[in-house]
Design a protein around this ligand. Structure first.
Ligand code: BTN
Length: 248
């Protein structure tokens, strides 16, 4: 049994169904919900992924949760929350033997299939961060994905010898996430950077919006450093990066 986290998820809102736990968490945050509030749903009718993609959300087979974080961080440091989430999710699925690694910024892959992802949405008041909604999805007991996902998605039950259910994985996830957020909120950005690098297996061949390259490092602010085939270095702060084997 995993120990309960001390602040993250002390207040939980459990829903049978919603459009998106990120939207519910944002709505609660606007009405004053406290730092660390977690919204968990059994299913989502309009789950969202990064870059406007839909997130497959069948009932009872995956974790769908969103955390309200009220960080005393400058907006420029908020992307590091995304990386911290990636580290936590990667460790949560590896606790059950998934053998996952990270792809920038926070996609969690087992081999060439994605098992989990996180969507960080920042909401500001003036120049200050008011709250961040950190939404995480983990595929847990899905055995058959829709045809359009079957080559690119996997679940814990498909890649690890575990009988863990959605509730166990959600608890494990919050347990892994809290210390990573604590580190970040106390400005220990270097520990998040180094933990992310350990799980990303760089250098790695990637395809970015500028073409093929080699991902070699992560900057202090969480940008990916890529070297193009001519040897020029550049940084990616947003957008899409995929490993080259995904392009085949
Ligand atoms: C991605 O990898 O593209 C991010 C996926 C994030 C999915 C989660 S599921 C819970 C929360 N609610 C959403 O609508 N999205 C996030």
């Amino acid at each position: 049994m995993t120990e309960s986290p001390s602040w993250l998820g002390t207040r939980r809102v459990r829903l049978e169904s919603c459009e998106s736990t990120n939207d519910e968490a944002h709505r609660l945050a606007v009405h004053g919900a406290e730092h660390g509030t977690v919204v968990i749903a059994r299913t989502q009718s309009a789950g969202r992924g990064r870059q406007g993609r839909a997130w497959y959300s069948p009932p009872g087979q995956c974790v769908y949760l969103s955390c309200i974080v009220r960080p005393s961080l400058p907006p420029a440091n908020v992307p590091l929350i995304t990386l911290a989430a990636g580290v936590a999710v990667c460790d949560a699925v590896n606790f059950y033997g998934a053998g996952a690694s990270l792809q920038w910024p926070n996609d969690v892959f087992v081999g060439h299939k994605k098992i989990a992802g996180a969507l960080t949405e920042m909401h500001s008041k003036g120049h200050q961060v008011d709250h961040v909604v950190l939404g995480i999805g983990v595929n847990v007991t899905v055995t058959v994905f829709p045809p359009e996902l079957s080559d690119i998605a996997t679940s814990l039950v498909l890649c690890a010898n575990t009988e863990a259910g959605v509730v166990d994985v959600a608890e494990r996830l919050l347990h892994e996430l809290e210390p990573r957020l604590d580190a970040l909120l106390s400005r220990d950005t270097e520990s998040i950077r180094s933990q992310w690098l350990e799980r990303a297996g760089l250098p790695r061949q990637v395809m970015t919006e500028r073409g093929p390259g080699t991902a070699v490092d992560l900057t202090d602010s969480g940008a990916l450093v890529v070297v193009d085939p001519a040897g020029a270095r550049y940084e990616i702060v947003s957008g899409n990066v995929s490993c080259q084997w995904e392009q085949r």
